[in-house]
Write a protein that binds this ligand. Structure first.
Ligand SMILES: Cc1cc2nc3c(=O)[nH]c(=O)nc-3n(C[C@H](O)[C@H](O)[C@H](O)COP(=O)(O)OP(=O)(O)OC[C@H]3O[C@@H](n4cnc5c(N)ncnc54)[C@H](O)[C@@H]3O)c2cc1C
Length: 457
């Protein structure tokens, strides 16, 4: 049996490894457009900042490990079409060599592509987008060559803000422009404003409610880039980085007659099957089943790509795995802040027909008498009718274990717990790390006080 996988990143490699783990006899061939199999693109900001000195360290697993696990990798092979009726994949290899492969099972794991906003000047030298290893080499080289200077980041989402941190680390003076009223639109605007304050503390200029409309090169001014936008925005920069989101890379699937679902992503069921027999999909190119809403959304995240790939790989060799769904759990570091969320926010829950109540709690991450305590801000959203937990947002110093604490909420959400139920969890405690009631439980109890329920029995 031959399993062909298009894409050699998080989803594709996870699929291939799982298939071989379950069936060492299966022939697994991966075709990838670039020459960087299994590289952590989530790590690109840290390579560009210089915190991870060698890009080779970004590999989740190195090529010899992948090969010894039985994966055959065809690098620099751009798949150009899929013929499901003949079970063929056509690609262009190095030196434009045509390659056609027969498959018994096929997994499409082509990821996402960057959204290019319609701003004149995006093709100018010095204007960068960031999605691939090759992109990161260009940004890293430009940042290093500048050794200072001014950078503009267009887009205040999580990648834009990671890059503001990264480029500041490189010694550049950074401006972030976001067209929405607050940065980090994945969390409530009040929390986004706390992130903006943190950026300000690190000399990053933040302009919200501003849309960049044009980028030009002004030769008379040392060839600098001039960006102009709404609200009279104008600035001169040495480097511009555009980070305004991604869209699913689904053209191959569309051309092969595979059905497309939400936001242009490949339609898949929870077995990661597409609408065409023996063709599966996984990762940023497909829809993601939302566990709480029980319907597909588009939620491109590395964690999800790994899980979906694993399910697709297992299914392709006859296994019974099902994707259990995402809650959109995510965390990001912006200088000395960690910002995280899981599940739904108040506005999203309201839109979905719940009766949401959201409370905010400020609480020390550990007993304040032990040195190094930091305040956490935690927002809990629960349903007034059922008492069910719907979501949580958290912001605080990374030492306050924001990432692990949002994961407690994510675990509770995964198991459809009530907000009240969080108080019953047996969580660890010692004064340097927590309190007898963990901050998660303090926040849950605050919510329960706001939404009193009749005592049981
Ligand atoms: C800067 C940055 C930071 C991020 N940080 C985080 C984070 O902290 N946490 C998180 O959960 N997620 C993060 N993400 C998102 C995460 O990286 C993606 O969700 C994840 O990489 C998706 O994996 P994938 O395998 O679906 O697609 P990709 O990683 O995009 O890989 C797609 C693969 O398909 C190949 N391919 C595409 N088209 C073809 C073709 N026609 N023929 C052959 N091969 C093809 C490519 O070469 C590549 O191998 C980040 C993303 C970026 C850009």
């Amino acid at each position: 049996m031959r399993l062909v996988i298009v894409g050699g990143s998080d989803a594709g490699i996870s699929a291939g490894l799982r298939a071989r783990e379950l069936d060492p006899a299966v022939e697994v061939m991966l075709l990838l457009a670039d020459r960087f199999p299994n590289y952590s693109i989530c790590g690109l900001p840290f390579y560009i900042s210089g915190e991870t000195a060698d890009w080779r360290d970004l590999a989740h697993q190195k090529l010899p490990d992948l090969e010894s696990a039985g994966l055959e990798l065809l690098m620099e092979h751009q798949v150009t079409s899929i013929q499901p009726e003949a079970k063929l994949v056509h690609a262009t290899g190095p030196e434009s060599r045509p390659v056609s492969l027969h498959y018994d099972k096929l997994i499409i794991a082509t990821g996402a592509e960057l959204v290019r906003p319609p701003i004149p000047g995006l093709d100018l030298e010095g204007v960068h987008l960031l999605h691939t290893m090759e992109d990161s080499f260009r940004v890293q080289a430009a940042g290093a060559a500048l050794g200072g200077g001014r950078a503009l980041v267009i887009g205040g989402g999580y990648i834009g803000l990671e890059m503001a941190d990264s480029l500041t680390h490189r010694g550049l003076r950074v401006t972030v422009v976001e067209q929405l009223p607050a940065v980090m639109p994945t969390v409530d605007a009040e929390l986004g404003n706390l992130v903006a304050e943190e950026l300000g503390r690190h000399a990053v200029t933040v302009r919200t409610g501003v849309a960049v409309e044009r980028i030009e090169r002004i030769e008379r001014n040392a060839g600098r880039l001039v960006a102009t936008g709404s609200g009279g925005f104008e600035g001169e920069f040495d480097l511009v980085l555009v980070a305004v989101g991604v869209r699913p890379s689904a053209d191959l699937a569309v051309a092969a007659g595979i059905e497309i679902g939400t936001r242009g992503a490949i339609r898949v069921n929870r077995c990661m099957e597409t609408t065409v027999a023996d063709v599966y999909g996984a990762g940023d190119c497909v829809e993601t089943w939302h566990r709480l809403l029980q319907r597909p959304l588009y939620l491109p995240l590395g964690t999800t790509a790994h899980k979906q790939g694993r399910v697709a790989g297992e299914r392709a060799v006859g296994g019974q795995a099902e994707f259990q769904g995402s809650l959109g759990t995510q965390v990001v570091k912006v200088f000395d802040l960690a910002v995280a969320r899981t599940g739904l926010r108040q506005d999203e829950a309201l839109h979905e027909g719940f009766q949401p109540v959201t409370t905010e709690t400020r609480v020390w991450d550990h007993k304040a008498y032990y040195p190094g305590a930091h305040e956490l801000t935690i927002r809990v959203t629960g349903d007034r009718r059922s008492g069910r937990l719907l979501g949580a947002q958290m912001i605080g110093h990374p030492a306050g274990q924001v990432a692990k604490r949002i994961d407690i909420f994510a675990t509770a959400l995964f198991h459809a717990m009530t907000v009240d139920g969080l108080s019953d969890l047996d969580l660890s405690y010692t004064p340097p790390f927590s309190a007898p009631w963990d901050p998660v439980q303090v926040a849950a109890q605050e919510w329960a006080r706001e939404v009193p329920r009749a005592p049981a029995g």
